[in-house]
Design a protein around this ligand. Sequence first.
Ligand SMILES: [Zn+2]
Length: 305
Amino acid sequence: MHNITQLLGKENMDRCICNIFCISRFALLLYRRKLVCFMIALIGLLTASCSTISARLTYDFEVDSLDERLLYEPRTEDTVGKISTHLDEYIEQIETAQFSKFKDSSNIKIHFFNDKTRYLRFSGGRPSTFGSATTNGASISLARIRERLTENLCQTKACPETVNGVLLHELSHVHMRQYVGSWRYGSDIPSWFHEGLATFVSGGAGAGLVSEADAKKSILSGSHLVPVNTGSIFKRPATVGDFSWGTFHFYRQSAMFVEYLLNTNPTGFRNVLSDLRAGRKFRTVWKTNYDAKLADLWANFTLSL
Ligand SMILES: [Zn+2]
């Protein structure tokens, strides 16, 4: 007898759980609205979920000859070739920055896509994303990265959303996710912390050309993330940082706050990560390690700007 995890594989189960999260979240958001809308959304999400699982079961990839953790589509050989001898360096970089070895770095799979549609189907991510992560791997949209780097803005200044930058950013998510699992990753730890950490350790990948000065101005004007202390699978956090005012701003502000937390109490920050990996609730680790509420730490951060 095979159980469903054996049949689908861990990666597909992981993605399946993510899509169930999304479906549940949408279901709750739409609960008070018309049933027809709910059904349409549910059917759409189920279809997307099936599409993702189907893509994961059927897509073929080339395997890099030097590092079999790298899998790629045709016409991405050159890009992957530049990474194949460096993946362990990137992994070590994340381990150093996040104060811990990966739970399992040998079975990580990094998929590189030359086609945005195939990336979307496989990862289940949003069209605008450069990459996405699961507990044991990442998908990198080289098409989206190319699109980004050929924008006029990125012709005059160096944009951080390079292949290396995006890969580091996603590896940061994989590192956390390996320890806390998909459920806690989404339900317990807020996105500002995930994205702040990943953007910070990747040298800004995700924050675009929003400078710290831009973010400071934005925060002081009142347009800023709200440092919620829980995840947001079943409820939308009460925050203006809901990306409507700019994903790049959200990522830059999040990275600045994470960097502030690290610099003001390096030992505390290290222990926060350790506690999260050990299964402690996100909302409890600040009192333990900083002797402060998260809201007070945010207030101190804004005063420091
Ligand atoms: Zn991210």
